[in-house]
Structures are given as C-alpha cells and as structure tokens.
Design a protein around this ligand. Structure first.
Ligand code: GLU
Length: 499
C-alpha cells in the first residue's frame, strides 16, 4: 500500500512550494488508494514559530487537501490520528536516541568531541587549501583518532559530544528517483553527518529516516533542496538494515526572472494568495502545473481530475516558473465558471473588508440576489475576488466623480452627448416601468429606438454607460442599469446632464 507524507517544519506560513510538495504527495497517494500523512519535523527548536503547525494545516485544508493520518486540526486544535504516532518529532526524542545507539553499536556512527572553535579552524584550513568542506575524520577528535581509553574518559567526564554517521570511503552511492532517474553521488562528496547533537537532539536526517521507516512511508516526495541529503539517508537505511523508500525530488520553483521564489520578490505563502482573493481551486490547478502537465492541451483540472491523471512520468526535472499572469488566468477561469451563488458567497468577506458591507454573511435573499447581479457584472473583468469590491464600487457610490469630458464619445461632440443623454432619459422614464426594468427589455427597447431614429449606437450608449459608471471601461449600460434600478439610473443620467 502506498503511503506518502508531507513533513513540514513549522517555521512560518506554508510556502507555495510546500503546497506543491504536499499536493503531489497527496495526489500520488490518492491515485494509488493509499494514505497521505502529515508529520511535523520540529527537531530544530530554534526555528519553531508559534502557531506554525496550525497555519500550515489550515492552508492545506483551504486547498482541500485531505489528511488521512498524522497531525490534523479539529476545531482549530491540533490532534494526531493514526497507529504510528506520535507524529510530531519533538514528542519522539527518546526513540531517536535509541536508534542512534544502535548505529553506534554497529559501528555506523561514532563519537566526535570537537569544539566549535576546532571545527571553525578545520573549515578555515580546508578553505585555504581548497579542500572539500566535509568533516575531516582523520584529523579531528573522535572515536577514530582517540584511543578507547581516551573516549571512555571523555564520556565519564561528561565532555560534550555529537554522534556522526560514518560515510564509507570511496564508494558510489546510488538511488532511483522518480523524477530524476538514477542518481549517483560519490561518497567523498558526502559529509560525516551529525546524527545526534550535543544536547541529545536528533538532526533532521536521523529523525527523518527513522520516522519514514517506522511510519511505513513508501514514497518520499520532497523538494530538490533535499537531494544532497539523500545519499546520507540511503546510507542510514542501509546501516539500519531497512529497505529505503522510493524517492521523488521536485524541481525548484523560480520566478520569471529565473530567481528562486522568495518573500523578497512578492507573495509566496498560501495565506498571501488566499488573502489576495485567489480561489483555492484555481491555485491548486495552477500549482499542479508547476512541473507537471497531462501531456496534452488540457489545462483545467479539478482536484478529482488531478487525482486520476497525475503521475511522476509527466513530472519534469527542469525548474518550474511561477507565472503570475497564468495564475491570474486560472483564477479568472474559475471565477467565471463557478456557480454565481458560490462566487458571491466567497466574495462576501472581501466586500466586508473593503467596507462595502458591514458583515460577511447575508441572510436576506433579495439582498443576496442583488449582490449576485453586482458580482456578475465584474467577475469576468477582474483577476481576483479582492479586486471585485473596488471594481463594483461605482454601483454603491452615490456620488460618482469623473471628468465630464469622458461623457463625450470620441466620434461625437459635447452638444450631441447632451442631446442624446436627454433623449435617453426621456425614453427610459416614459417607456419602461419599474416592473419591466431588466437588461433584456432595456436593451431591446433602446436599441430599436436608436435604429428608428437612425442614431449611432456609440453616440447613445457611450455617454449613457459613462453616466452610469463614471468609468472609461465598465460593463455595458443595460447590465448596470438593471442592477441600479430605474430611480438610480435616471438620477445618474440627470447628474451627468448637469455636469
Ligand atoms: N522537514 C523538511 C522540510 O521542511 C522535510 C523534508 C522531507 O520531506 O524529507 O522540508
């Protein structure tokens, strides 16, 4: 049975790169009817951020990624579910010590007593003589260079020590990667990794391998930045006598300037995108295409579709470009094609945020129907939900301020604009009752009136549209008039005439 995991360190908000890793691990597990786990890797307590676990899980559930086992949230509280817990590494410290001791006994790990100064010195010398920057086992103070007696005495005197992994000499370390194929790294490139720190805490490497084994993870799916660590992990599995899982290292995410995607260059956290008014469906669809594609022209995929289509044979090892324009395109597609009721419901918090509404729920059916029409006016014209309130702000405004010159169409004159506005005012007032006031009737009536009089369509509709919206670009006049209602529509035309 396939078991994948996402193993974040709670060091801040979930990065979109992390969301992609989680998504691919989730999709792979789903596709194979397996389990998707969350494990929290908090061995580095200095980097722990309060609330970090909650934020990460919250972002995953916003993206509709369901967790089968491990760390989850229930009523905003962290819970752990499953037989193989605890799933938070800081609750498993004793376990790592036990396994480190096994490696010590089998000779795969050894004591090292070097002080920070001694290690600095070592690096200086290596740098000066252009040697490899790996732990110089033969010239430092450790189980290999000290006598058994000396080691014993140091331990008895409680001298601080670390446990290091003994990397074999002159060996080609190999493993298969689902994205990169066969990966080979020579052991001379690999450092004698610290497994247990002087305070008894495990490093990421030891904890990660022990947990992936004990949690029966079959596929380790993670970012490319962990590729250099994998030979160490392969050796650790071997040292324990365990079968290593299958690895898949996902390529780097870069921006259009080919830089690594980082906070310095704009939004990178899932929360940023949520707050900017991106729909989770759109973000997930976009993220899935960062390094994966279905092999044909299709671009719109629900999470369900992705579950059946996703596979590693279509995942590229080239860096994936995070293209904001494309993300906006996806968001527009989803905003346009999603049920209007649903889009409106999701837009409510943004209306509240911008002060257009004083609450983010609307119980009144009629009020909600009006808002739906308003949202529908602009949902095809903006990139995000957050841009909606500003875009439809003119509907709510009682005092549109715009340059009166805007009322005059480019092929027309001030007099003509005035004349047409006056005429349309009269026509609308006399001919169309409040009951008949909808965009279809308005359009039908006005267009045939324009034709009868042999007026230019633009000569009439341009000033009308500007009078109603106060904007150079806006939805069409009939749609706006329907939403405004008869009274406000006439009011705005009469205001335009005055200016
Ligand atoms: N804790 C690591 C991270 O934050 C996990 C790496 C892995 O998946 O092995 O990315």
């Amino acid at each position: 049975m396939v078991r994948t995991r996402f193993a974040p360190s709670p060091t801040g908000m979930l990065h979109v790169g992390g969301l992609r890793t989680a998504l691919f691990a989730y999709l792979y597990a789903r596709k194979h009817k397996g389990d998707f786990l969350i494990r929290i890797e908090d061995t580095d307590r200095n980097r722990f951020v309060e609330g970090g676990i909650e934020q990460i899980i919250d972002s995953l559930s916003w993206g509709n990624i369901k967790i089968d086992e491990g760390v989850m949230l229930e009523n905003n509280a962290i819970v752990q579910k499953g037989e193989k817990g605890p799933y938070i590494q800081s609750e498993r410290f004793e376990l790592y010590q036990k396994y480190a001791m096994k490696l010590l006994e089998s000779g795969h790990a050894y004591y090292a007593f070097d002080t920070a100064e001694e290690l600095d010195k070592m690096r200086e010398v290596q740098l000066a003589s252009k040697q490899k920057q790996v732990y110089a086992r033969a010239s430092m103070r450790n189980s290999f260079t000290l006598s058994q007696e000396e080691v014993k005495n140091l331990l008895a005197a409680q001298a601080p020590y670390v446990l290091r992994l003994r990397i074999p000499e002159n060996e080609m370390i190999e493993f298969d990667d689902l994205v990169r194929g066969k990966v080979k790294i020579h052991s001379s490139e690999v450092d004698d990794q610290i497994l247990l720190k002087s305070d008894g805490f495990p490093t990421y490497h030891l904890a990660n391998v022990v947990d992936d084994y004990l949690m029966e993870i079959t596929h380790v799916i993670r970012g490319e930045e962990w590729l250099p660590s994998t030979p160490k992990h392969v050796l650790l599995y071997r040292a324990f006598g365990w079968q290593a899982p299958t690895f898949a290292h996902l390529s780097l995410l870069i921006n259009e300037q080919k830089q690594k995607l980082s906070k310095r260059h704009g939004d990178v956290s899932v929360t940023d995108f949520k707050e900017k008014g991106y729909l989770p469906e759109a973000l997930i669809n976009f993220i899935a295409f960062l390094g994966w594609n279905p092999g044909d022209e299709r671009e719109i995929f629900s999470l369900e579709d992705l579950t059946s289509e996703f596979d590693f044979d279509k995942v590229s090892k080239a860096p994936a470009v995070f293209n904001r324009e494309k993300l906006n395109w996806y968001n527009r597609q989803y905003m346009m094609n999603m049920d209007l009721h649903e889009v409106t419901r999701r837009a409510l918090p943004f209306f509240k945020h911008q002060g257009i509404l004083d609450r983010d729920e609307i119980d009144d059916k009629e009020e909600f129907e009006v808002l739906k029409k308003i949202v529908n006016l602009e949902r095809g014209r903006v990139d995000t939900l957050a841009e909606l309130p500003a875009a439809v702000g003119f509907i709510f405004s009682d005092d549109l301020s715009y340059d009166p010159g805007l009322l005059v169409w480019k092929k027309s004159t001030v007099e003509d604009a005035k004349d047409k506005l006056q005429q349309i005012y009269n026509v609308l007032q006399a001919d169309i009752s409040e009951e008949m006031w909808n965009k279809e009737t308005l359009e039908e009536h006005v267009i045939s009136w324009i034709k009868e009089n042999e007026y230019g369509v633009g000569d009439v509709l341009w000033p009308t549209r500007v009078a109603l919206s106060g904007q150079k670009n806006s939805p069409g006049p009939f749609e706006i008039a329907e939403v405004l209602g008869k009274e406000k529509t006439l009011q705005r035309i009469s205001n335009a005439l005055k200016t």
